[in-house]
Write a protein that binds this ligand. Structure first.
Ligand SMILES: *[C@@H]1O[C@H](CO)[C@@H](O)[C@H](O)[C@H]1NC(C)=O
Length: 249
């Protein structure tokens, strides 16, 4: 009996591998040939692909990108005037795909480098937070729900790949995904700071009046967290689809 079950299981797995081997992009995705028009072609192809991936892809093991869920993020800044530790849990990033557009690509595939610019009208981060530290000499502590909303954010993406071969076929895996955020405005709201309603309102007003200073100190932490998530998502596709299939010569 066990053997029959095992065999059946094995056949099913084999079948799944044949059907969902995912060694190519789904036919609904556009592809770009590596010619002089490559960078321009990628802008449209990837913008379209992101819309198709918005609700996730079982085939590639990509979870929905909207809302984008991140289990936890830890962000700290150890430099005066802002000495802060923020822990976020159950992070939900809203509007990331539907308000974002890639505007430009600058690829150097021979150097395994993809650089692109995007603009996001609104990135809303909702999460459980814990915060402690000092901002401009003022102590800050608290835990509760946070809302960090970035408006009109220019993002520069640097995808740094590392080629490898599997069964004689060339793939490219990202070893680094650098993100540089440049928002026009950041709104921050941490409910329940100091566990005190009035102090909380006052501190939130202070944070928003000084948003540029506060965000600039925390920016590299946010960039690192998002870079990690973007890298993981991109690699789900890059490690399944060979380079020459993804970007035909
Ligand atoms: C988060 O903050 C932004 C900017 O203040 C606001 O527009 C939005 O409604 C807030 N979202 C939630 C879920 O409270």
């Amino acid at each position: 009996m066990i053997e029959i079950v095992n065999k059946w299981f094995f056949i099913q797995i084999l079948f799944c591998l044949m059907v969902f081997g995912a060694d190519d992009l789904p036919p609904t995705f556009d592809k770009c040939k590596r010619d002089t028009n490559f960078d321009k072609c990628l802008v449209d192809a990837v913008n379209k692909a992101l819309v198709l991936l918005k609700d996730g892809s079982a085939e590639f093991g990509v979870a929905p990108l909207e809302p984008l869920k991140i289990k936890s993020m830890s962000i700290s800044s150890g430099n005066a005037p802002i000495n802060l530790k923020q822990n976020f849990k159950n992070v939900k990033v809203n509007d990331l795909i539907s308000t974002s557009t890639i505007t430009r690509y600058r690829t150097k595939l021979d150097k395994h480098l993809i650089v692109c610019d995007s603009i996001s009208k609104k990135i809303e981060v909702i999460a459980d937070y814990e915060i402690s530290g000092r901002i401009l000499l003022l102590p800050i502590t608290g835990h509760g729900q946070a809302n960090i909303t970035l408006i009109d954010t220019k993002i520069e993406h640097h995808l740094i790949g590392e080629p490898y071969t599997k069964d004689g076929v060339l793939y490219n895996k990202l070893k680094e995904y650098k993100v540089i955020f440049n928002p026009k405005r950041v709104y921050m709201y941490f409910d329940n700071l100091f566990g005190d309603c009035r102090l909380s309102e006052a501190m939130n007003r202070f944070l928003n009046d000084n948003w540029e200073l506060v965000f600039n100190e925390l920016k590299s932490g946010y960039s690192e967290s998002f870079g990690k998530v973007f890298k993981e998502i991109t690699n789900k596709i890059f490690t399944k689809v060979p380079m020459d299939t993804l970007f035909p010569r």
